[in-house]
Design a protein around this ligand. Structure first.
Ligand code: SF4
Ligand code: MG
Length: 333
């Protein structure tokens, strides 16, 4: 295993009053060093839950019930909370949509930046303060020295987002997970933050998982794209292939629903219907009630994941129909 991250046959279930509900259904993927994998899908597709499971931050009623998550040679799915805590902010970092979930409102920016450096990098307080100033400068915060003594509420939303990114990058993580970190920001700041993540990625060599529903962001930053639907991975490809030759009807629908600035006559075809809820067992393909191409087999038999090329996978029966030669199937669920 030479990848940075290897997720194999991951299954996540939630214990609820209505019973045990599957949120992530047998998914496998990997992330390489210096690679950006975008996970896309509507809300409820399982993309955020997948990221939280890698961080060891599933809600308390969520369990990994099957499969493994390897970061280099460590199996994260078997780790105790204190071991995960050691990895977070060290090898693993996460940035969230709402910075206030990551920042502590009662502590100064300086304290929050220094702490991980003192704990994980054995820096003295003075060294950590100096490194904090450099970090804030790197994420484009003006007058970084002054900011060390301020509290999160004294900064604007965009500045808080930058502080959170500085915190996430403080220990030069091997893997950075970003869950819709730019959704709440205006377009200019969003672009600056994407550039920043990209620059730091080549500098540190970290892998990035970027969770988003914005295909414009995907086009800009992804190396590979993983499309999730109803807790499953339904298509996985490098970014050029996904945009030029999407195969799964759901992916096509996602791309069709993006407005085209160069072609105002293009209709915005939002996918009709909605994502199945967790407890909805749908026979055959989980997308079939919404799929304009659904065939008889789709209603009866779950499609396997077809390996179209060595870098392109689609979990859809059309793949079998469209190919004269049967292609490989990598999972037979
Ligand atoms: Fe549509 Fe059938 Fe493909 Fe599912 S398997 S996406 S229902 S064509
Ligand atoms: Mg989400």
């Amino acid at each position: 295993m030479s990848n940075l991250l290897n997720v194999e046959n991951l299954e996540i279930k939630f214990r609820t009053a209505d019973g045990t509900l599957p949120a992530v259904r047998n998914i496998s993927f990997s992330v390489d060093r210096e690679e950006t994998l975008c996970i896309v899908g509507e809300s409820g597709s399982g993309k955020s839950i997948t990221s939280l499971s890698i961080m060891g931050l599933l809600p308390s009623n969520g369990d990994i019930t099957k499969g493994s998550i390897y970061l280099e040679d460590e199996n994260l799915s078997g780790k105790k909370e204190d071991e995960m805590e050691r990895l977070r902010g060290n090898k693993l970092s996460m940035i969230f949509q709402e910075p206030m979930t990551a920042l502590n409102p009662v502590l100064t920016i300086g304290y929050q930046l220094r702490e991980p450096l003192i704990i994980h990098k054995n820096m003295s307080k003075k060294e950590a303060s100096q490194a904090s100033v450099e970090l804030l400068d790197k994420v484009g915060i003006p007058n970084p020295k002054e900011k060390l003594n301020q509290h999160p509420h004294e900064l604007s939303g965009g500045m808080r987002q930058r502080v959170m990114i500085a915190m996430a990058l403080a220990c030069e993580p091997s893997l950075l997970i970003a869950d819709e970190p730019t959704t709440a920001l205006d377009v200019t700041i969003q672009a600056q933050i994407l550039d920043l993540i990209n620059d730091l990625q080549s500098e540190i060599g970290m892998g990035v998982i970027f969770v988003t529903h914005d295909m414009g962001v995907v086009a800009e930053i992804a190396d590979r794209v993983m499309v999730m639907y109803g807790g499953e991975v339904i298509e996985l490809a490098d970014v050029e292939t996904l945009f030029d030759n999407p195969l799964h009807p759901y992916t096509k629908g996602l791309l069709d629903s993006v407005p085209d600035v160069d072609d105002v006559s293009k209709e915005i075809n939002a996918i009709k219907g909605s994502m199945p809820s967790l407890n909805e067992e749908i026979p055959g393909c989980r997308f079939h009630p919404r799929c304009p191409f659904a065939m008889d087999i789709c209603k009866q038999k779950e499609p396997p994941t077809f390996e179209v090329t060595s870098t392109h996978y689609s979990k859809c029966w059309l793949q079998e129909v469209n190919q004269s030669e049967p292609s490989n199937t990598v999972t037979s669920t």
